[in-house]
Design a protein. Sequence first.
Length: 592
Amino acid sequence: MEKMKKMFNLSRLPYFEKWFIMGLIIGVISGLGALAFYFAIKLFEYLFLTHMVGATIPHPVGEGGSLAFTYYVRRFYLIPVSTALGGLFSGLIVYTFAPEAEGHGTDAAIRAFHNEQGKIRRRIPVVKTIASAITIGSGGSAGREGPTAQISAGLGSLIADLFGLSDADRRIAVAVGIGSGIGTIFKTPIGGTMLGAEILYKRDLETQAIYPSLVANAVGYSIFASVVGFEPIFGYYTASFQVIRIPYYMVLGVISGLFAIFYVKSFYGTVAFFKKLKISNYYKPIIGGGLTGIIALFFPEIMATGYGWVNLLMNQKLGEIPTFGIPLLLVLILLPFIKVIATSFTVGSGGSGGVYAPGIFIGAALGTVVAIGFHYLTPSIVPTITPFVIIGMISFFGSAGKVPLSVILMVVEMTGSLQLLPGAMIATFIAYIISGKYSIYHNQVDTRRDSPAHFGEYNTPLLLNIKLSDVKCRDISVSDDDDVEHAKTVMIDHGLASIPVVVYGKLIGALYLFDIAEITTGKVREYMRAGITYLRPTSTAEEAWEVMMRNKTTWCPIVYEGKFKGIVTLNDILDAYEADISKIMRVSSEFE
């Protein structure tokens, strides 16, 4: 590695030259990684659904599917067996080799950007590829964007290290990997470019990632589409835009925003439920997969990504929707709710898969129901459901993922429907406002100012004036004689990834969640790290920030006269910082 760093010293190149080269490299690995993942899903879909279950599921026209489809399953009773087996194999792979690869992937990549200097373990891309392909291919309700994001982000992190780039550059490489991975596998290079910059924040953009993302997406898309075809995933929608429907799109935006809140609450409520289950993590994806399979017996539309069903809805092929004797309208009304529940079981239980594709399906189903309602009220204004299906996809996930700009561009690219932009923009931003703070990506932060990646950039001067004695101190710790399970519970309850170890009022070290992630028995003393740096109440918040970086924590221990007094967290320092800013602004206003 050292030899490669010397041969190709990219860190000395100017910004555009450096990131043109990095964009090319990340684009190549995104294209090849997306192809490997795409065909891995196809392989496991054949083994599980086609060969074992004998089921046919639709595929979108841009991926070799057809709008002439009839659902058929030879051994329907094996559907829950297939999804449970998918959970079993996925759980075994993830929790044995890389526990951080569980769940929907994109959030883990976002966390790596903000909190881990963009560092992603080398094994993640391989583990995520196999585990997610099994989950989706066996019929689990999950998408392929989260795994692709984590795969490409992990490879981007690796490339940055190989060329000896800085922590800041490694973060950008991760952001570029997220955007190019997703943009490549969905054949949406423009939307993918924006996604890498937008998905990290709820109300901001990582502008440094845009230029290299353009290069990476162009390369990745070219490689991927050269093999699977350049046609948009859902084909082309060419009808003209009707201004008279804008009020209807606004109503759809309100419904999408409210349903986004339901999606986020349901998903993370399910995550919390499975975390509390007193059973091994290896078994949880089996339970989640089995429950998903039971649902799929009655609603097969929820299996896998669901993109084939979305394509059928777009083209008003409602007769191809299996109802099993239930009124079609009732099935369509239930589908968004059922997809939320199935996705929560599949991914929230620890299965490996994304939440973007389920979000597209949910939005399409919402748009279908809203369009049918408006068609009955004003058939001349709403003669077709197609534009509502498309705008439903955009407005729902644009708000649920807090990525309105990139999702607008991505879905337009996926459907070839540039003419729907005015309605999509209005509906999406209404949904974004309605959904408020709720995001399916928990590791997003509001703005660059709130990210640890940019903490010093925005806050250093004022931090020198803040004393730790003026910051809230929290009495949070464990003893060296405590069980590791108790320590895990304390950390999770307080939202910490590490915790100080204190004996008789003396600070003796720290315990890190990463070190005990797979440990179920034992005492804290067996896994703690001794000798962490601490500060006194008279120290400054700037010193606390430096100690957090040194200790690799989001908190700083405070010791006075040899006694442990508590911890000051990063959030506490931010609160003190904001209070000082407010005071300065108030004084400035009074002066004026």
